[in-house]
Ligand binder design. Sequence first.
Ligand code: BG6
Length: 491
Amino acid sequence: MNKDNPTSLIVIFGATGDLAKRKLYPSIYRLYKNGSISKNFAVVGVARRPLSNEEFRANVTSSVSGTANDEVDVEEFSSHFFYQPFDVTSSDSYQQLKDLLGSLDDTYVTNGNRIFYLAMAPEFFGTIASNLKAEGLTETDGWKRLVIEKPFGRSLPSAKELNEQIREAFHESEIYRIDHYLGKEMVQNIEVIRFANALFEPLWNNRYISNIQITSSEVLGVEDRGRYYENSGALRDMVQNHMLQMVALLAMEPPIKLNPEEIRSEKVKVLRAIRQIEQSEVGDYFVRGQYSSGDIGETRVPGYREENSVDPDSNTETFVAGKILIDNFRWAGVPIYIRTGKRMSTKSTKVVVQFKDIPMNLYYNRGEKVDPNLLVINIQPDEGITLHLNAKKSGKDITTTPIKLNYTNNCFDGFNTPEAYERLIYDAMRGDMTNFTHWDEVALSWNFVDEVSKVWESTKAEEFPNYEAGSMGPKKADEMLHRDGFHWWPV
Ligand code: BG6
């Protein structure tokens, strides 16, 4: 097998769902188009509703049409797609699927390699994994891998239960837990910026950094995901996974090798060093918010409690800000502030590393002390880094002016950096687990956020809704930084 041009059958559970249409088919298409996957592949879509192969292919074709520019190609591409109506609890469904996989394996010469991709309601993850084993679908001459979407449980105990179920059928080395942030270009770039530059690494610690801010703000509301979101909230939806993964990448020690085991081991050490907060301290370290109606640009949008499938008296948070402390030599005393929310004023994911003030200030900028140096890592929608420095203002006087050194990824690589999902599917096909989350990371992250969610679930947020749609979140999130003498840098 060519490792860089892998061949496999991909079974997608949830083939008629939103994720499959919006992300998975276009990503597989791009991989196919740029020759990253061998022509020896087939995709079997399974879901409850009855569809013929032709109808399914028409859906796939329409979902890649924005990406495609050559109709013949799309037709050839979609001929690799097959559909099977499926009941996840019925033995017959699995037996039919097993026969179909056997025959496709012969037709497409996929050497028995199988990816089972669970892109559907999480309550079925465990059942599917056990049935795949019980019905013999995991017995294959090639490799088998389980790709699993979030949410991976909704607390540590439920995640453990799910993990035990799937581990009966798949070994940890066969489980690819998706955190799509780990597929983003600039999230992957964090370790390179840190460890490939002699300039940054010596300063990357509590002697020179005063605080780090990670913001991931969204303009969209909950859309049609009210039912899921009511049960999740921003803490489980964004903090337990994406935000804590970014914290781990920003704070980890240099790995001794760039392999999945070594990188994971460094990330795990960071997650273990995060100071566990007591339930009585949650109010000091975390702020929750929920949006009211408001204006996004010219458009008036409803409040969270008016969204579909949302309780009109909902206690669910759509915004979280938190202060994370890492109790180790490198980071003791440096707060890492995180902030994420829906219906905020801008869609942006950014990391701002604020360096400490110079020891003695000789220079002024219009009567004010000079600004601290900042390293901003722009994750999305812009991709790049900006370094904020101070320089002399042109002219006779020695006064300073802030300047920015900018690197924008888009200028160099065109606007088409691969989509997160494109990389992650490719990595799963090649067997590279680096950008997937290991169970140890999942467990530690739940362990940390569980204390917060216990408090939030058991106490009603009387102040909800407490931020207007189109704003940057509740005032309390600003006050949390002011108490420490900081403020959020604009995103
Ligand atoms: C998902 C969350 O994991 O990430 C969504 O479930 C959120 O609620 C999304 O909108 C944000 O992803 P991105 O890539 O748009 O920042």
